[in-house]
Design a protein around this ligand. Structure first.
Ligand SMILES: Cc1ncc(COP(=O)(O)O)c(C=O)c1O
Length: 569
C-alpha cells in the first residue's frame, strides 16, 4: 500500500526574491510595511483593534495545491464509528469492529452525551457560547492590547471590584476549583503558575471520575454497552474540541498527549514528507522548546535548515526580519500564538496570510493562547493548530492537533498500531483516514472526557468574559509590579497576555520563588523551556507569575506585598 504522496507544487512566484534568488531589499521593505500596516492598528488603537476582517487568503494556498489532494480515491470517506454499519471481519483480526448503525444501541442502551446522559441524536450541536466561525469572533483578542505602563499611583490602579461584574463573577468561579482552597506553608494558596499548568474545576474532576466509575471501556472495538458509551464520550469530546477551535469538521481534530506530541506529529509527517535537504523551516525566537527541538530533529535527519525570526527588546517579533528570512526554500512556518516566557501575542493571522500568499503552510502553537483568547482556526486560516488540555483546566496527558482535512489526508501516519488501520496483512497495511490514521493504540479516553468537560466549563463561563477580565487583571498586575524598586520586567510587548516575567538584579530568581512559596504564592523561576527567548535579554532565567481567570486583584496584591518584603543584600 502506498500512501498518496503528491509533491507540493513549487512555491508560486515569490515576491521579495530577485532573479538570482537573493533578497530584494526594496521589496522586502515594502512587504514588511504592508505586513506592519495590517498589524499596526492592533498595536495602536486604544483598547480594541484586531482586524475586523480576517485576511483574505485563498482557502487552499496556491503553492500548496499539490499538497492538498481533494481526495484519496482508494479510501471510502471516514465514518464515525458510532454510525457506521457493522463491518465485515478484517482478515485474521477483530480490529475493524463497529457499533450499530442506528441511533439506539443494538443492545438497547441509549446513546449518551458527554455526561453519560441519553441523547436522541448524535448530531453536533453548537454550544450557545461558541462564537460563530468568522472574523467577528476573531476580533476578540484585542482585549489583550495593553497600554504603555504608566508610572502607577495607588489611585490609578483599578479597584478589585471593578474587575468583577455581572458578566464575570470571579468569586463564583473560584468556588468551582477545589485546589485553590488550601493552605500552603500556613498561607492561603495563591496559584500564579498557570502558564505551566492550570487547576481543574470540579466539573472536570467529576466527569473524569464518572467515566472510570461507570463508562470505562476501550473504544470502537466491541458491540457492548460500555464500549458504545465510551466511544460516544470520546467522539463527543472530539466534537467539543472542534467547536472550541472553530474547526469545520471533527475529523480535523487529532487527539495527542499535548502540544509537544502534536508538533512532533507534524514534524514527523508533514515535515518528513515535504521538507528536504536545503529546505528551510522558519521559527521565531519566542518559541517554546517544544516548537524548536522537533524541527531540529527533522533538520538533522533531512539536511533542512532552521531560520529564526528575531525579537526586539519588548519581546515582539521583528516583522521586517520575518519578511527577510522568508525565502523560496521556506517550507513551513511554525510560530507560537502567545509566548509562554514573555506573554507576547504574535500577529499570527498576518503571518499566516503572508505565508499563504507564498504557498507555505503555518503551524500555530496555541498552548498559551487557548487558555486566554477565543480561537477560530478557520478565521485564522491556520494549517495546523496545537494545544494542551492541562493549560485549559483539563487533565494532563491530553491535547489536540487541528489540521486542515485535505492536508491531513495527504500525510502518512506516524505511529503504527491498532485502530489506525483498515486492513493488515504481512505484506501491507491499509490505513484509516484522519483522525484515526494518527491515533494508533488505546487513547487517553478519560483525558478526552475531562477535556470535553473543561471546554463545556469555559463556554459556560464565557471566553470573551474571561478575556476581558484577564486583560484588566494583567494591567492591574503590570502596574502593581512596577511599584517594586529595581524590578525589571522581561517582556513588555504592546499586545500581551497573562505572563508577568521579571528579574530583580542582585536577587537570584530561585530565592525569589522560594521566598514567595513561603507565603503560599506559587510562581515559576527558570528558563520556562524558552532559552532562546530568555537569552535575548541576556538572561538564563526569570521569575514568572502567570495569570488565569480565577486569579484576583487581592492575589496580585499579596504577590506585590511579599515581594516588598523580599530580603535583599
Ligand atoms: C508555548 C508552549 N508551547 C508548547 C508547550 C509544551 O506543552 P506540553 O508540555 O503540554 O506539551 C508549552 C508548555 O508550557 C508552551 O507554553
Amino acid at each position: 500500500m502506498s500512501i498518496p504522496s503528491p509533491e507540493p507544487a513549487p512555491p508560486a512566484a515569490l515576491e521579495g526574491f530577485g532573479e538570482t534568488g537573493g533578497p530584494d531589499t526594496a521589496l522586502i521593505t515594502r512587504l514588511a510595511h504592508e505586513l506592519w500596516s495590517e498589524i499596526a492598528p492592533v498595536l495602536d488603537a486604544p483598547g480594541l483593534a484586531a482586524p475586523a476582517v480576517a485576511p483574505a487568503v485563498p482557502a487552499v494556498p496556491h503553492g500548496l495545491a499539490g499538497a492538498y489532494p481533494a481526495s484519496t480515491p482508494e479510501y471510502a470517506p471516514p465514518v464515525h464509528p458510532a454510525t457506521q454499519p457493522a463491518a465485515p471481519a478484517a482478515p485474521g483480526g477483530t480490529d475493524s469492529g463497529a457499533a450499530g448503525a442506528s441511533n439506539a444501541h443494538p443492545f438497547g442502551e441509549p446513546r449518551c452525551d458527554a455526561f453519560g446522559r441519553p441523547v436522541a441524536s448524535p448530531a453536533p450541536v453548537r454550544l450557545p457560547h461558541q462564537p460563530a466561525p468568522g472574523p467577528e469572533s476573531f476580533a476578540t483578542p484585542s482585549y489583550y492590547f495593553i497600554r504603555e505602563p504608566a508610572v502607577p499611583t495607588p489611585a490609578a490602579l483599578p479597584a478589585a471590584s471593578a474587575l468583577s461584574g455581572p458578566a464575570f463573577d470571579v468569586e463564583s468561579v473560584r468556588r468551582d476549583f477545589p485546589a485553590l482552597h488550601q493552605q500552603v506553608n500556613g498561607k492561603p494558596l495563591v496559584w500564579l503558575d498557570n502558564a505551566a499548568t492550570t487547576h481543574k474545576p470540579q466539573a472536570v474532576i467529576d466527569a473524569t471520575s464518572r467515566f472510570y466509575g461507570r463508562d470505562n471501556s476501550n473504544i470502537h472495538r466491541a458491540a457492548h454497552a460500555l464500549a458504545a458509551r465510551s466511544t460516544d464520550l470520546y467522539e463527543g469530546g472530539r466534537e467539543k474540541v472542534r467547536q472550541f477551535l472553530g474547526a469545520a469538521d471533527a475529523k480535523e481534530i487529532i487527539f495527542t498527549r499535548g502540544t509537544t506530541e502534536a508538533i512532533n506529529l507534524v514534524a514527523n509527517t508533514y515535515g518528513q514528507k515535504n521538507i528536504g535537504a536545503g529546505d528551510e523551516i522558519l521559527l521565531t525566537r519566542l518559541e517554546h522548546h517544544a516548537n524548536i527541538v522537533p524541527w531540529q530533529l527533522l533538520a538533522q535527519r533531512t539536511g533542512a535548515l532552521i531560520r529564526v525570526v528575531p525579537i526586539n527588546d519588548r519581546g515582539e517579533l521583528i516583522l521586517e526580519e520575518f519578511v527577510r528570512l522568508f525565502s523560496p526554500r521556506t517550507r513551513i512556518v511554525a510560530v507560537t500564538h502567545v509566548s509562554n516566557a514573555l506573554g507576547t501575542i504574535n500577529p499570527v493571522e498576518s503571518i499566516i496570510a503572508f505565508a499563504h500568499a507564498r504557498g507555505v503552510p503555518v503551524l500555530v502553537d496555541g498552548a498559551q493562547s487557548t487558555p486566554h483568547l477565543p480561537i477560530n482556526v478557520q478565521a485564522l486560516d491556520a494549517d495546523f493548530f496545537v494545544f494542551s488540555g492541562h493549560k485549559i483546566f483539563a487533565p494532563t496527558g491530553i491535547g489536540a492537533l487541528y489540521g486542515k482535512a485535505a492536508l491531513l489526508e495527504s500525510l502518512p501516519p506516524w505511529q503504527g498500531g491498532g485502530h489506525m488501520i483498515r486492513d493488515v496483512t504481512f505484506e501491507r497495511t491499509i490505513y484509516q483516514h484522519a483522525p484515526e490514521k494518527f491515533e494508533a493504540g488505546t487513547p487517553d479516553i478519560a483525558g478526552v472526557v475531562g477535556l470535553g468537560a473543561a471546554i463545556d466549563y469555559l463556554f459556560k463561563v464565557g471566553i470573551p468574559a474571561i478575556a476581558a477580565y484577564e486583560h484588566a487583571l494583567l494591567e492591574y498586575a503590570t502596574q502593581a509590579l512596577a511599584t517594586l524598586p529595581g524590578l525589571r520586567p522581561i517582556g513588555t510587548a504592546r499586545h500581551k497576555a497573562s505572563v508577568l516575567s521579571f528579574v530583580i538584579p542582585g536577587v537570584p530568581n530561585e530565592s525569589i520563588a522560594k521566598h514567595l512559596d513561603q507565603q503560599g504564592i506559587a510562581v515559576r523561576a527558570g528558563h520556562h523551556c524558552a532559552q532562546p527567548a530568555q537569552r535575548h535579554f541576556g538572561l538564563e532565567s526569570t521569575v514568572r507569575p502567570s495569570l488565569a481567570f480565577y486569579n484576583t486583584n487581592a492575589e496580585v496584591d499579596a504577590l506585590v506585598a511579599a515581594l516588598h518584603e523580599l530580603p535583599r543584600k
